[in-house]
Design a protein around this ligand. Structure first.
Ligand code: 3PY
Ligand code: MG
Length: 232
């Protein structure tokens, strides 16, 4: 297994204090989901306001690949973004440009602490449609892109298959091995939304490095094991 493995936890609940506690839960990064989770801008800002020690990177998935949404997440203090539904090199470049201050990009300055980050934020784009897969090599080659991240639910629906069949398919021309190969060729990280332990392990076997291993809800549910141990 690669040493450069980064396991993530994906926060859906929009609960700032619960999410802040996840920074101590043993994962390498935390993501706040504004596309499908309950994080509105106020919850994102409240989560970052609780962060004094910045123990692990906290990323945001904005609702869409839009410069205004990416800029607001970064202004709130996000260490980076993972941008959904990217289908072309031009869309990937738009995401990187939105996250990067001039001269590299077009990010506008706002006089807030998050806007004063010295380093360029981490930028991932999600490949999760047949069109995105068709443009994979060009997307992965986007200058300054850090990560290509697979959304297996959208991707399997778009390809007319199931998540588990997608994960089982490991021939060289299969979608997931192609993502790993394209990322290696381009020198970007390969990530995926595993979310359950079994699927996260399978993504690691396939060569992905930045794998979501749990949701905030599943971390809470895992606490049932504590009750079981105490009862025993
Ligand atoms: C997907 O699997 O499509 C995702 O975006 C995970 O949230
Ligand atoms: Mg998706």
């Amino acid at each position: 297994m690669t040493e450069d493995l980064r396991l993530g936890v994906w926060a859906m609940l929009g609960e700032p204090r619960t999410t802040a506690a996840l920074e101590d839960a043993g994962f390498d990064w935390v993501l706040l989901d504004q596309q499908h989770g309950h994080f509105d801008d106020a919850a994102v800002r409240a989560t970052f306001a609780l962060r004094h020690e910045r123990r692990v990177p906290v990323l945001v998935r904005p609702r869409a690949n839009r410069a205004d949404l990416i800029g607001r997440a970064l202004d709130a203090g996000a260490d980076g973004v993972i941008v959904p539904l990217v289908e072309s090199a031009a869309e990937a470049e738009a995401a990187v440009a939105a996250a990067s201050s001039p001269p590299r990009g077009t990010r506008s300055f706002g006089p807030l602490p998050g806007a004063l980050q010295a380093e360029r934020p981490f930028v991932g784009v999600m490949v999760e449609t047949a069109a995105g897969l068709a443009a994979l090599d060009a997307i992965a080659a986007t200058p300054d892109l850090d990560l290509v991240f697979v959304g297996p639910f959208d991707l399997s629906q778009s390809l007319g298959t199931t998540v588990d069949d997608l994960l089982a398919d490991d021939g060289p021309e299969a979608p997931l091995p192609r993502v790993v190969a394209a990322c290696r060729a381009a020198g970007v990280r390969a990530g995926a939304f595993g979310a359950t332990e079994a699927r996260a392990r399978r993504f690691l076997e396939l060569g992905f490095t930045d794998v979501v291993a749990a949701l905030d809800t599943s971390v809470l549910a895992a606490g049932g094991a504590i009750a079981d141990r105490v009862r025993a």
